[in-house]
Design a binder for this molecule. Structure first.
Ligand code: AMP
Length: 284
């Protein structure tokens, strides 16, 4: 496994892999890797002859009052985990490499990026879309792997790739959870012991949404109320949003007739967590 820091080094490595006829897989991350990231990496390893992982704490996707400076950085242990997973290349650029002096070109994906996370984190998806398009241009991967954990992000990337004709297949990967149901996230380490317990209310409320639809309920607002009541029963939790929306457009729905998704953003103390689950009315 090689660790490189510049775009030209990535291009060199990839030219060699392409000459050998290898399929290129890319896993974009902001580091502090955990089992959620590893699921993406393992999937890429199964499907691609060459696996690249990018590790870059992308300042453009953090708001001014967000946790950019304290976001965990762990290149050494990240590299170790990648080495064990048989990754071929880590790209760990610095800010100057990705956003040189005077950088001022941005990707704005309309529609699906505007609501929910888009409202609560203005500019977030512009930062995400821009860095992902740059990474797609740098690696020109055949496949790029994204977690369903960041459900709206996945929809934004899929739309960008479709509308800007990026020749990369976007591969979604299931959410990896701790044994007790908490979705894995680098931000979980901010939680104190009481908050860690309280954070279970997210997955618990999603379980209730699933049980409600399995019991035959099809009203989106009824399912949404079940979710809200569950989260509100936890004193340390405060809801940014908790909605049942169309699984593709993320627009509000009245009735769950097609696949829908429950999207949550909940603050547990000072830590903001997101989670989600897809509801398929046909299969229940
Ligand atoms: P991040 O480093 O937080 O930007 O995440 C990099 C990629 O890993 C994104 O595509 C995330 O959706 C994915 N990811 C993060 N946590 C999980 C998880 N618990 N399960 C599945 N994918 C995840």
């Amino acid at each position: 496994m090689k660790v490189v820091y510049t775009i030209s080094q990535v291009r060199e490595e990839l030219a060699a892999a392409r000459r050998d006829g290898k399929t290129i897989g890319l896993v974009p991350t902001i580091g502090a890797l955990h089992e959620g990231h590893m699921a993406l990496i393992r999937r890429a390893r199964q499907e691609c002859g060459f696996v690249g992982v990018s590790i870059f704490v992308n300042q453009a996707q953090f708001g001014p009052s967000e946790d950019l400076t304290r976001y965990p950085r762990a290149l050494e242990s990240d590299s170790e985990m990648c080495r064990e997973a048989d990754v071929d290349l880590i790209f760990a650029p610095n800010a100057q490499e990705m956003y040189p002096e005077g950088f001022n070109s941005w990707v704005d994906v309309g529609g699906v990026s505007e609501m929910l996370e888009g409202e609560f984190r203005p500019g977030h998806f512009r930062g995400v879309a821009t860095i992902c398009l740059k990474l797609f241009n740098i690696f020109q991967p055949d496949r790029a792997y994204f977690g369903l954990k960041d459900y709206q992000q996945l929809q934004v990337i899929k739309k960008m790739v479709r509308e800007l004709d990026v020749p990369t297949q976007i591969v979604p990967v299931e959410i990896v959870r701790e044994r007790d149901g908490l979705a894995m996230s680098s931000r979980n380490r901010y939680l104190g012991p009481e908050e860690r317990k309280a954070a279970l209310v997210l997955s618990k409320s999603l379980g209730k949404a699933k049980a409600t639809i399995e019991a035959g309920e099809r009203s989106a607002s009824a399912i949404q109320s079940t979710v809200w009541n569950c989260i509100r029963s936890e004193p340390l939790a405060s809801i940014d949003y908790a909605v049942v929306v169309d699984a593709e457009t993320l627009l509000p729905i009245e009735t769950v007739e097609h696949p829908a998704v429950v999207l949550l953003a909940v603050r547990i103390g000072a830590t903001r967590l997101i989670d989600n689950t897809v509801l398929c009315p046909q299969s229940t």
